[in-house]
Design a protein around this ligand. Structure first.
Ligand code: ADP
Length: 160
């Protein structure tokens, strides 16, 4: 059984993440989207909200589930018997950080591989931060995120 682990903040999930999830669900027998509890990164949406929104967005993908973790990613990967960590590469600018992360994880746990996938080129510009910025300025993010996430962003920024 090949189990892929796709870690990230998903604050919020975008259509770029979803594109990668759809591609990876065909490569792995089972794919776990692993939302990280970060002590340093302040998130817009709570962990429960992010988890619920990801669940709603992957309903039609039978072999995909969502989970959360704290602490070291490699410990979570071992706990869930993961075969490989999945990460996305949008542009060269992602490479340096992703390279550092992959090499560090390999040092910590040599038996876990990191696999990189590229989204459809129409999503290479898309990030959670840019979506939040547009939403915070009351712009329409309908083409960038699934409908439940658009609604959550509208609510989150309605007080401003
Ligand atoms: P993190 O805080 O770990 O960077 P993100 O939720 O921003 O978490 O992203 C998780 C992973 O998804 C990262 O590998 C990131 O490069 C990738 N990713 C983010 N946006 C896209 C996108 N539009 N297309 C493909 N991969 C993406």
């Amino acid at each position: 059984m090949r189990i892929g682990i796709y870690p990230g903040s998903f604050d919020p999930l975008t259509n770029g993440h979803l594109d990668l999830i759809q591609r990876a669900s065909k490569l792995f027998d089972h794919l776990i989207i692993a939302i990280v509890h970060s002590e340093t990164k302040k998130s817009l949406l709570s962990m429960d909200r992010r988890k619920d929104l990801v669940s709603q967005s992957i309903q039609d993908l039978e072999n995909v589930e969502v989970d959360t973790f704290r602490g070291l990613l490699v410990d979570f990967v071992k706990k869930r018997s993961g075969t490989a960590i999945l990460r996305g590469l949008r542009a060269v600018s992602d490479f340096e950080f992703e390279f550092q992360l992959a090499v560090t994880n390999r040092k910590l746990c040599p038996e876990v591989e990191t696999i990189f996938m590229m989204p459809n080129d129409s999503f290479t510009f898309l990030s959670s931060s840019i979506v939040k910025e547009i939403a915070s300025l009351h712009g329409d993010v309908g083409q960038f995120v699934p409908p439940p996430i658009q609604k959550a962003l509208l609510e989150a920024y309605s007080k401003d």
